[in-house]
Each structure stands twice: as structure tokens, then as C-alpha cells.
Design a protein around this ligand. Structure first.
Ligand SMILES: [Mg+2]
Length: 276
């Protein structure tokens, strides 16, 4: 399996000195860049079910989750590591389709699969690690929103994992926000919870005046639903936002983390993995 996977790995990258096939991968970063790292689970029964998702969908989404975090930092994805636990009933075709989905997305964004681990479990478990690079000191962060900043999202909201099998990470938008956004994150747990997190670390509150709802979804889903994989960011109101940005409100002074919609506080009810 490892031989079949490493034969499929594209693209090569000159910074990758050693990829699949040794105890560790070796990566030589360019001078003047900061590296950013993220790791994400994609779990059978939590983030997908195998009746609703094909093996290709699962491979795609595993990497897309990690890439969405890289996009939120304004970084360019470099390489990834994948730890995969296979359920007893998956066959060779399933595994090949999984890697096809993952590697197709990887080649679209120039990410090289540099290694990982394989094991077995009663359910399919995918754990993706992604490294991104950004010019030194230019990574976007969640902290940095200031009262008076406008709040934007990159698309209409309300999707949940049942409908959204192949999210496309907003990598190019992340580049465009470097040096312009005061704070940025990706929406993976719902607007109300994610904006609350951004405001909490920035020490500010938010006043929303409109919620862009996807056709066929409700405002409740747009506020508290899960996995939009859009970017959420703030920038000074006088600054021109990139094309496609939807303004949803502004940052205000107030109790850190409080989010208001049309003057009323909204509950932070996004997807919390630890809620009973
Ligand atoms: Mg994130």
C-alpha cells in the first residue's frame, strides 16, 4: 500500500529533501518564511458517514479541512502528513479511491504528501497534518480585530457536513488578505461560535447586521450550522475588501466575545465537540 501511494504522489517539491519511505520526512524551508502547522481529524460518525460519503469525498475532505486552516493564516500550503486508520471492511479499491480524492486536491494546491502512518480500527479515522509557509511576520491571526473594523465572510452560510462533501479551501483569498485583514479565521464550527472565538482573543465584541444565508438553508443554520469552510475576517472599514467579500457587521467595544445580531446577543451554539 505504501509503495502504491508513494508512486502516486505528485507534485514533487525541491524543499522536500526526503518524503515517504524514511522514519521522518525532511523539509528545507526557504529563508525569510514563517511556517504554520495544523492538524485535523476527520472521523467516521462525526464528520462523515460512509453511506453519504464516497471514499473520494472522504479523501478530499480530509485534506480540505487542513487546507482551510492554512488559508485562514494567509499561508501557501507546502506539505502534508496523513495518519489513516482503516476499518476491517474497507478494501483496496476504497483505499485507492480515498488517496485519489486526497491527492487530486493536493496537486491542485501544490501540497506534497510527505509521509504518515497506517493502522486499523473499528471505524475509519483520518488525521491530516498540513504545513504552510508565509512571508516572515505576515501570517493572519485571530487576534487583532479592533473596534470600528468591518466583519466579512467569503460566501453565503448554512452548509452542514451532510451536504458539503467537497469543500474548496479559500487559499487565494487568504493570500489577498495578507497585510489587509486585522484578524482572520476559517468557519468550521459555525459563525456564532467561530466569531465568538475571534472576538474573545481580540478582546472585542461584534455587532452583526446581516447574515448571508445560502439558498435552501435557514438563518439558524447559517448562524450555528457547522462546516462552511469560508473565511471570516475583519479589516478597517475604510479599506477596500477583496472581490466576493460579504460584509456582515462591525467590531465594537464590549464584553470580549459577545456577538449581537440586530441589537440582541446571540447564543454561541456552533458545533462544540465536548457538549454533552
Ligand atoms: Mg480553523
Amino acid at each position: 500500500l505504501i509503495r502504491r501511494v508513494s508512486a502516486k504522489v505528485q507534485p514533487r517539491n525541491p524543499k522536500l529533501i526526503r518524503g515517504i519511505g524514511d522514519d521522518c520526512a525532511i523539509w528545507r524551508p526557504a529563508p525569510g518564511e514563517d511556517l504554520v502547522f495544523t492538524t485535523d481529524f476527520l472521523l467516521d460518525g462525526v464528520h462523515f458517514t460512509r453511506d453519504l460519503y464516497s471514499a473520494r469525498d472522504i479523501g478530499h475532505k480530509t485534506l480540505a479541512r487542513g487546507l482551510s486552516d492554512i488559508a485562514a493564516m494567509g499561508a501557501a500550503p507546502q506539505f502534508c502528513l496523513l495518519s489513516l486508520a482503516l476499518a476491517p471492511d474497507v478494501d483496496r479499491r476504497w483505499v485507492d479511491a480515498f488517496y485519489s480524492g486526497l491527492l487530486k486536491l493536493a496537486s491542485r494546491f501544490g501540497v506534497v504528501l510527505a509521509g504518515g502512518d497506517l493502522s486499523h480500527s473499528d471505524r475509519v479515522l483520518c488525521d491530516i497534518f498540513v504545513c504552510g509557509a508565509v512571508p516572515k511576520g505576515r501570517a493572519l491571526q485571530r487576534r487583532g480585530a479592533r473596534p470600528g473594523d468591518s466583519i466579512y465572510v467569503s460566501g453565503r452560510l448554512g452548509r452542514c457536513w451532510r451536504e458539503y462533501r467537497r469543500p474548496l479551501p479559500r487559499i487565494e483569498l487568504g493570500f489577498a488578505l495578507r497585510g489587509r485583514a486585522s484578524a482572520c479565521m476559517d468557519l468550521s464550527d459555525g459563525l456564532s461560535l467561530d466569531l465568538h472565538r475571534l472576538c474573545t482573543v481580540s478582546g472585542v465584541a461584534a455587532a452583526l447586521d446581516r447574515i448571508p444565508v445560502r439558498r435552501g438553508f435557514t438563518i439558524e443554520q447559517a448562524l450555528h450550522g457547522g462546516e462552511d469552510y469560508e473565511l471570516l475576517w475583519t479589516m478597517p472599514a475604510r479599506r477596500q475588501p477583496p472581490r466576493g467579500a460579504i460584509r456582515i457587521g462591525s467590531i465594537v467595544e464590549g464584553p470580549p466575545g459577545r456577538v449581537m445580531l440586530e441589537g440582541k446577543p446571540i447564543p454561541t451554539r456552533g458545533y462544540d465537540h465536548f457538549r454533552q
